[in-house]
Ligand binder design. Structure first.
Ligand code: ATP
Ligand code: MG
Length: 918
């Protein structure tokens, strides 16, 4: 809905910061078709209910258009109360002809002035987009409203963060929050927005200046050419322009714009990985990662920004060349040198113009003045200061980074003084040709000049910060850089001083890192690194290793816990620093901490699907000498877990060796852990008898140990093993016992998981209703714990129960939701399961058999792709499906569907979860 609705006369609409609410009836066209004239009365009654709720909470009805209502509130909390009341009233109303009327509601807060008796404001359009993204019965709230109502939500209400989404016509993604309340429905499919995954471009804290022509030209080039490289000296503004252009082009790339930072990469492998990680692509067995990336991009529309390619020209060229070959992919590289690829379009970047046109300030001067303002609000540009500004710009060749550094001096020096000092300093440089070399020298001299103004402590910190391969937060800087001349309590002030002097950047918007992070521009990092390594860098390097070890030990075990996704995000954010720490450990020969850090990170690599990287690091660590048998046993276990899919025979011997060490040390925990992994191996081989024996052995060892949780885990495994062997009569009572224990002890995650497993068992013995009850409880717990993947598992189980009961429509909704979640969280094994179960749904409806076949074959392809074995129940399901498909579809047709679906499995999945939403 857009403005221009038939407005009710309203005398005094609020102005300034207001909250808009737009509601809209779900499926109104269908209702109109079905009800004919009765739809009018229903629509009027719905309007009355929304209007009553609005007025009851201090709002105004601005207007109606068709089945939409447009309301405004001065108070965001009032708006939310009204939405709650409106949804409840609509839900409670008995609608004619058994209609279940549902409205979607969008709420957004922004600045607006009334215009006549309505509003013309971008905020209204945005509210309409938020509303359109919702589902019937849902209230979606923008972040602005969430913030405006913070701390004042009505009792029992909360806002659930659904993540970032791109709304039509709004290039920046918006975080959408769902209003939750016991009286509202809580489960909905994902918001109906343009694309779920938009971009990973960082938000910039400073304004972008000028570059109008370059910006337009780069945008244009990227529409025509598949590979464009922005080339220029360090600090000229390549990255900044690339990010800006990336933002401009967001609407043209349905699958997003992705920034790949190549600066921290140091060889081919790490460069390729950086790409894969930015795109969220996991490794797939033996397949070269670059192939996986190329396959992923094949049918997508993506802009990739490869930033800082200069130190890895050959591999950057290979990556860019491979990726740019895909029809919908564009690559924008930034580099101090071209990549020298045929078909590459080079855009050479000059510094900002230092001569203004027609009496206007030059671009360089605008940048300088803006940055001076951010340091000194009272700075005014008059004829005197303007002259100095012009002088500084010329001296600094219009190099943006140099200008920013100079601007920071304005805190303590008048601009006239800055100009004078630069003149003195750069006497030697002036007069030289304006080429890349001279620009480089100018910049270098400016950096030196800034560096010299630092206090001894600031300098020390600046140098030490170069040990981080990527950004850092205050706590990390304190842990790594303090000591030896730098008191920890001074760190915050010193960092602030470096930010003030533009030597360190400070960025907001890192959800996993208390929302802020420091960093260094590449040119400055190189300079700092030189200084660091010219002095005694050993202490900081050891500091980074120690910090990484603490960080990994603290974070990694939590990635499977309640706050799992946040901890995962945190580790992902730190991964370049963690890798740097591992490298340092090897270089310094710090064997023990390196082995421990590698072991601690193994679970992260596994969970993140980065097996190859994990294997490489772990094998490197395995080759190190160690005097600590326990650390070695843990490393062997970690390596065993990493190699599980690729070298099962070797895994067995690694684990046996770990077991031997554990027995020798009389270390019960490690012994049980090794046995546990051996159990997994046995299960992987399908040797259930051996698995059972190993579990019983663990159970025996644990009987003599006061560790109820481990015992519980082993007993649960035993029961689950029986479930996998279809020994339902044995499994179900055991699972019931474990569930009761988990409930009693308050182990919520296990309780949720057990609810799911028990439900699976119950379905097999025909107890559908109890299975559904358990699944619902499990889903609630997973949701409270923030585990979307858990929710998906339970929804899938519930779907199976519904299917068996004959509730086809609800079963379908469940599986679609599971498929969506699998796409969202990247849980690769959930996707084929969802598709296959959807196939089982479709085969129930005459006429849908070809669709069922398509889903089933696509599921086969996806199962093969992730190398995941079906559980017995799913095996049976697949066999049954096959028999029915062969029974009702002609062999030739089946063959054709099969070859299409196997090739286009991912498209089939998207189609299944996108198109079949009711
Ligand atoms: N047009 C601009 N408007 C505002 N700030 C700019 C502009 N161009 C560059 N800057 C600022 O100047 C600094 C250096 O720019 P940037 O990091 O983009 O340089 P670069 O060419 O990528 O350097 P490197 O080769 O070292 O990576 C940054 O702080 C950036 O924000
Ligand atoms: Mg750069």
């Amino acid at each position: 809905m857009t403005p221009g609705m038939t407005a009710e006369p309203t005398s005094a609409l609020p102005r300034g910061r207001v909250t808009f609410v737009i509601t809209d009836i779900e499926g109104s066209t269908g209702l109109l078709r079905r009800l004919g004239d009765d739809f009018r009365s229903l629509m009027f009654r719905h309007r009355e209910l929304v209007s009553e709720a609005t007025r009851a909470h201090g709002g105004h009805v601005v207007g109606h258009e068709g089945d939409a209502c447009f309301c405004v509130f001065t108070d965001a909390a009032g708006a939310i109360c009204a939405c709650l009341q409106a949804q409840a009233a609509i839900d409670a109303q008995a609608w004619p002809q058994d209609v279940r009327l549902a409205i979607r509601v969008g709420v957004h807060t922004g600045e607006a002035e009334p215009y006549g008796d309505s509003y013309i404001s971008l905020a209204v359009h945005q509210t309409a987009r938020v509303s359109a993204a919702g589902h019937g019965g849902q209230v979606l709230v923008s972040t602005a409203t969430g913030e405006a109502a913070a701390g004042r939500l009505p009792d029992g209400c909360s806002l659930r963060d659904l993540g970032s989404f791109r709304l039509k016509d709004f290039p920046q993604p918006e975080r959408l929050l769902q209003l939750c309340h016991p009286g509202l429905r809580s489960e909905f499919p994902l918001p109906r927005t343009l694309s779920v995954r938009g971009h990973n471009l960082p938000r910039s804290a400073t304004s972008f200046i000028g570059r109008v022509d370059e910006r337009a030209r780069l945008g244009q080039l990227l529409r025509e050419r598949s590979l464009v490289t922005a080339v220029g000296p360090g600090g000229v503004g390549k990255t900044r322009l690339a990010l800006e252009v990336g933002g401009d082009l967001l609407p043209f790339f349905g699958d997003g714009v992705w920034l790949v930072e190549l600066a921290p990469a140091h060889d081919d492998e790490t460069a390729i990985r950086a790409c894969a990680y930015a795109l969220g692509i996991a490794e797939e067995g033996e397949r070269p990662l670059l192939d996986s990336i190329a396959a992923y991009l094949e049918s997508r529309s993506v802009l990739l920004i490869l930033d800082n390619c200069e130190h890895l020209l050959a591999i950057a060229a290979r990556i860019a060349g491979t990726l740019a070959a895909a029809a919908g992919v564009r690559v924008l590289a930034t580099s101090r040198e071209p990549l020298y690829l045929s078909g590459e379009q080079v855009l050479r970047m000059d510094p900002l113009a230092t001569q203004g046109e027609g009496g206007e300030l030059s671009e360089a001067a605008r940048l300088l003045v803006e940055r001076i303002h951010s340091h000194r609000a009272d700075f005014t540009l008059d004829s005197r200061t303007a002259e100095s500004v012009g002088e500084i710009c010329r001296r600094l060749d219009g190099m943006p980074l140099a200008l920013e550094l100079a601007a920071s001096r304005a805190r303590a020096l008048p601009v006239g003084e800055i100009a004078l000092r630069l003149k003195d300093r750069f006497r030697l440089l002036s007069g030289s040709a304006r080429d890349t070399g001279s620009r480089h020298r100018t910049l270098r001299a400016t950096v030196e000049w800034s560096y010299e103004t630092l206090s001894a402590s600031e300098r020390l910190l600046f140098d030490r910060l170069a040990v981080f391969a990527d950004g850092w937060d205050l706590a990390a800087a304190e842990a790594v850089c303090a000591g030896d001349g730098l008191p920890v309590e001074d760190m915050a002030d010193l960092l602030t001083a470096l930010v003030d002097k533009s030597l360190v950047t400070y960025r907001l918007g890192f959800p996993a890192s208390d929302d802020h992070r420091y960093g260094m521009l590449e040119t400055l990092r190189e300079f700092a690194r030189e200084k660091l390594h010219a002095g005694d860098s050993l202490g900081v390097q050891r500091g980074l290793l120690a910090w990484a070890l603490t960080m990994a030990r603290n974070a990694v075990p939590r990635i499977t816990g309640a706050q799992g996704p946040q901890w995962m995000q945190r580790l992902v954010l730190e991964q370049d620093n963690l890798r740097a720490a591992l490298d340092i450990g090897h270089r310094l020969g710090a064997h023990d901490p390196t082995i421990r850090l590698t072991t601690a990170l193994a679970h992260f690599w596994i969970k993140r699907g980065r097996l190859q990287e994990g294997i490489e690091w772990t094998q490197r660590a395995e080759a190190l000498p160690s005097d600590d048998p326990q650390a070695r046993a843990h490393l062997l276990i970690a390596l065993g877990r990493l190699l599980r899919g690729s070298e099962p025979a070797r895994v067995e011997s690694l684990l046996r060796e770990a077991l031997r060490l554990a027995i020798q040390m009389n270390d019960v925990q490690t012994r049980v852990e090794a046995l546990k992994q051996l159990t997994t191996c046995a299960r992987d081989r399908g040797d259930y008898a051996a698995a059972e024996t190993l579990l019983l052995e663990q159970s025996q060892i644990l009987a003599g140990v006061d560790d109820p949780y481990r015992r519980f885990v082993v007993d649960t495994e035993l029961a689950t093993l029986m479930l996998q062997q279809s020994r339902y009569a044995e499994a179900v009572p055991r699972l019931r016992e474990r569930l009761a224990e988990a409930e009693l002890r308050g182990w919520r995650f296990d309780r949720a998981r057990l609810s799911n497993n028990l439900a699976v068992g119950l379905i097999e013995i025909g107890e559908y209703d109890e299975a559904l009850r358990l699944a619902t409880a499990g889903a609630d717990t997973f949701r409270e714990l923030g585990s979307l993947e858990g929710v998906a598992h339970v929804l899938s189980t519930a779907g199976l129960a519904l299917l068996r009961k004959g509730d086809i429509a609800q079963a379908r909704r469940n599986f679609v939701e599971v498929g969506r979640i699998s796409l969202e969280v990247g849980a690769s094994h959930l996707a084929p399961e969802a598709l296959e179960r959807l196939a089982a749904v479709e085969i129930q409806t005459a006429g849908n058999e070809p669709l069922a076949a398509r889903y089933a074959f696509a599921a086969d392809a996806l199962y093969a792709e992730v190398g995941y074995e079906r559980e017995p129940a799913d095996k049976a399901l697949r066999d049954e499906l096959q028999a029915r498909l062969e029974g009702c579809l002609d062999g030739d047709l089946l063959c054709r569907i099969r070859s299409y679906a196997m090739l286009q499995a991912r498209d089939v999945l998207s189609e299944a979860v996108g198109a079949r939403t009711p």
